[in-house]
Design a protein around this ligand. Structure first.
Ligand SMILES: [Zn+2]
Length: 396
């Protein structure tokens, strides 16, 4: 991964307690307790003393309009005021995205945290900013999708462009394809979107094929790594390492926006990869290092999916905050006892004992070791490299 230098602790965490009102109701996988428990685990590790925790205002109409159509925002507002009147033509009022009172306000608030993170990083107030309540990457310009109402990730990127950024890299390691962000910047050569996800033949949203490479004005600007179901730590890290660092080196982003969906984990109930906390933590560290190597340290880190709400989500996003703050938590650190009690009190689930899963994965160079033509994983990696590397002047 290269030498990491000049790591800085200049970071902030975006948080407003009201983001926990993003709640599709009982039985929905996107249980807001995942955010509550992450916030309290961050506090339990004393990270509030390592970086400021601040709330940005909700994204306003003109900001939402950077990504979303006015008629869609109007439909969200209507559903927010009167949930039973939700219009499924806009993806609201469906099984995945039920309407709820206050939906517009809380989705705008989450978007505002990501936009605020982008502004703070671009303006030089901090090097890194984290919004683990964000990363709602499936929302489309005119539709809610996949539990996502407003696409805070795309809005953060769009705000960076509005502020004058000329090259923004978006790296999405959620188990699902980052389809909404790809769609918004499909034909915009200022934005490189890279999504590493489970293969579309086995998972929502059924897009993210390697052949999706961007529009005519942005050939190679969309990058998709479609991993076979069952891929574990070694394969997931190998794929990340074989695609992301070289593309970032070639693209030379001014800022890195990364989406850290936790649903690649082997315990996640909605998908079929088999990644551990240890590997997820390594990728969070890698994104941090890559921001320093290729984007002058400018890093906006977002959450995303993740439905193992007590076992996985709080731990990986606490690692993410700690890494951004410059005080990474060593892998096998015990989980604070008070937090384990809180988990039991809130969910009746038994919390994990340590901050990772006790695995010892590592990056192994793709080029150094050569590739195995019989491996479905290496076939997937090569499909991606062949599809986009030449457009960036790189050898596949
Ligand atoms: Zn996901």
């Amino acid at each position: 991964m290269g030498t990491v230098s000049a790591m800085t602790g200049r970071a902030k965490l975006m948080w407003d307690e009201q983001v926990t009102q993003y709640d599709f109701g009982p039985g929905h996988p996107m249980d807001p307790v995942r955010l509550t428990l992450t916030r309290s685990l961050v506090r339990a590790f004393g990270l509030d003393g390592a970086l400021p925790v601040v709330a940005a205002p909700a994204a306003g109409e003109s900001t939402l309009a950077l990504v979303h159509r006015p008629e869609y925002v109007a439909a969200v507002k209507q559903a927010s005021a009167e949930p039973r009147a939700a219009d499924v033509a806009f993806g609201i009022g469906t099984v995945d995205n039920p309407a709820f009172a206050g939906m517009h306000e809380v989705a705008s608030l989450i978007a505002g945290q990501s936009v605020g993170a982008a502004e703070a990083v671009w303006g030089g107030e901090v090097a890194h900013a984290v919004n683990f309540a964000g990363g709602l990457h499936h929302a489309m310009p005119s539709a809610a999708a996949g539990f996502c109402v407003y696409n805070d990730a795309a809005l953060a990127v769009a705000r960076l462009l509005e502020l004058g950024a000329e090259r923004v890299a978006y790296v999405d390691v959620d188990v699902h394809h980052g389809d909404g962000v790809q769609e918004v910047f499909w034909n915009d050569s200022r934005v490189l979107t890279i999504s590493v996800h489970e293969h579309p033949s086995t998972l929502f949203p059924q897009t993210g094929w390697p052949e999706e490479t961007g529009g005519p004005q942005a050939e190679g600007g969309a990058v998709n790594v479609a991993l076979p179901a069952g891929t574990g730590d070694a394969g997931w890290l190998r794929a990340f390492d074989a695609v992301v660092p070289e593309l970032l080196a070639a693209f030379r982003p001014q800022v890195l926006v990364s989406q850290h969906g936790a649903d690649t984990h082997f315990e996640d109930p909605l998908a079929h990869l088999a990644v551990s906390l240890d590997a997820q933590r390594l990728v969070a560290e890698a994104c941090h290092a890559l921001a320093h190597e290729h984007a002058q340290g400018r890093w906006v880190a977002l959450g995303g999916g993740g439905y193992a709400v007590t076992d996985v989500v709080p731990r990986i996003w606490t690692h993410l905050v700690a890494i951004a703050a410059g005080v990474p938590i060593p892998p096998r650190t015990p989980v604070p006892e008070d937090w384990r009690h809180e988990v039991y009190a809130k969910t009746r689930a038994t919390a994990p004992l340590r901050m990772t899963d006790g695995r010892e994965p590592g990056f192994s160079g793709f080029d150094d070791a050569g590739y195995d033509p019989a491996s479905r994983l290496d076939q997937a990696i090569l499909a991606t490299r062949r599809a986009v590397f030449p457009a960036h002047g790189l050898l596949p």
